[in-house]
Design a protein around this ligand. Structure first.
Ligand code: HEM
Length: 367
């Protein structure tokens, strides 16, 4: 039941080794008043500091009978449970509404459409993204629920995704599996060098307020599970370019063996198919581009025709959303995995750096 620091140079919940549970909520800001937005962000910032310390905001059980509880109470006594709450601003925040236009980073533009997209408005867009991760689902939900409650009349909830079972690995963690049964997160960003190079916005940023921040890309990806479950194992291996149980690159023996994209089979075809997911996504084949993946498995029950409604809440962090766009342009066009997935939601958010301490709040430099 440990706690992560909320204050620091970077927001927690990015480099933090992925906790087991996610609740991600996207809000539409409904007020047109910059002052109201500012108050909400200040309240949220102070509240998140409390929640990550395992504390409530306001009384769960006020002394006066007629007082409404400040905190909803369901996390009372549960402790911090490694809660992190990470916040980002969508491009739409930098329109004319709040006077933020001059502060818009050039990199913050909507993700373009890709071949194979099947986006639904209900899981796309929005103004502010809040990602809560914790080792307990109720603690993550409590934080999000109370932030939503605090925001009423200023911001409205657009959508929420609850993720169970991390589908990525941080430094020192064993690699978990996604709902297709494959290890996910084997070749992820872990070193200081890679974080500087690929994740954190550096001193050369066009907008000073983003230094130490990052960009979040979300893709709600539905899996066609019944179709996948009927596929034969040889094809499943070819789709990812890795084996299922070991997670070894095809042609290799162990999970962390370096994939050999040049290796040829007896018939001259590549051992790792060129249209496999890893061949298309690997940095070796993309001019060195890497992203930090921090996704979660999700299920929304059953769809309108009785199929399992489940998939991957893909979450990536990068110093420029163009890194994601470069990879997804290739994946969207040629990935063998496309037969088994549909991207139904999309978002891009500028994630400011961490807060310096009490009194500092998200967006302070923008007002
Ligand atoms: C690697 C699954 C979507 C980028 C992998 C691996 C699996 C996997 C099993 C191999 C193990 C690993 O290195 O982590 C999936 C599934 C997806 C999905 C099930 C959708 C439901 C995406 C998307 C992107 C992406 C949308 C980015 C646009 C990558 C990258 C790697 C990777 C960069 C590492 C490749 C390497 O260096 O070998 N993914 N992925 N994935 N995936 Fe995905």
């Amino acid at each position: 039941d440990s706690a992560y620091d909320f204050y620091g140079p970077h927001q927690a919940g990015i480099r933090t080794p992925p906790q087991d549970h996610l609740v991600l909520m996207v809000f539409d800001v409904t007020t047109t008043s910059a002052a109201e937005l500012q108050v909400m962000l200040a309240k949220w910032s102070a509240a998140i500091a409390q929640y990550t310390g395992g504390l409530a905001v306001g009384a769960v059980e006020p002394e006066r009978d007629l007082a409404v509880p400040g905190d909803t109470g369901e996390a009372e006594g549960m402790g911090p449970n490694q809660l992190t709450v990470t916040l980002g601003f969508a491009p739409s925040m930098f329109d004319d509404r709040f006077g933020w236009k001059p502060h818009r980073p050039a990199a913050l533009v909507d993700i373009p459409a890709f071949a194979s997209d099947a986006l639904t408005p209900g899981y796309t867009g929005g103004d502010i993204c809040v990602q809560a991760c914790a080792s307990d689902p109720q603690v993550a939900y409590h934080a999000i629920r109370n932030l939503a409650r605090m925001a009423r009349t200023t911001a409205a909830t657009r959508y929420v995704v609850q993720g169970f079972g991390r589908a990525s690995a941080g430094a020192g963690q064993t690699t978990p599996r996604n709902l297709m049964g494959f290890k996910d997160g084997t070749r992820n960003i872990t070193t200081d060098d890679d974080f500087e190079k690929f994740v954190w916005v550096g001193d050369d940023a066009d907008q000073q307020w983003m230094i130490g921040g990052s960009y979040l890309v979300t893709r709600k990806i539905h899996m066609l599970i019944e179709t996948w479950d009927a596929d034969f194992i040889g094809d499943q291996h070819a789709v990812f370019g890795r084996t299922k149980v070991q997670g070894a690159p095809l042609g290799g023996a162990h999970e962390f063996d370096t994939p050999d994209f040049a290796a040829k089979a007896a018939d001259g075809s590549p051992v790792i198919p060129a249209t496999s997911h890893v061949a298309l996504a690997a940095h070796e084949n993309n001019g060195g581009v890497k992203i930090l993946r921090r996704g979660y498995n999700f299920t929304d029950g059953i769809d309108s025709v009785g199929r399992l409604d489940a998939g991957l809440m893909f979450i990536s962090y990068q110093k420029d959303p163009a890194q994601f766009v470069a990879l997804q342009s290739k994946l969207g066009a040629s990935d063998r995995l496309n037969e088994y997935i549909r991207h139904v939601g999309s978002g891009v958010f500028a994630v400011p750096p961490g807060l310096s301490g009490a009194g500092d709040y998200f967006g302070k430099a923008l007002f």
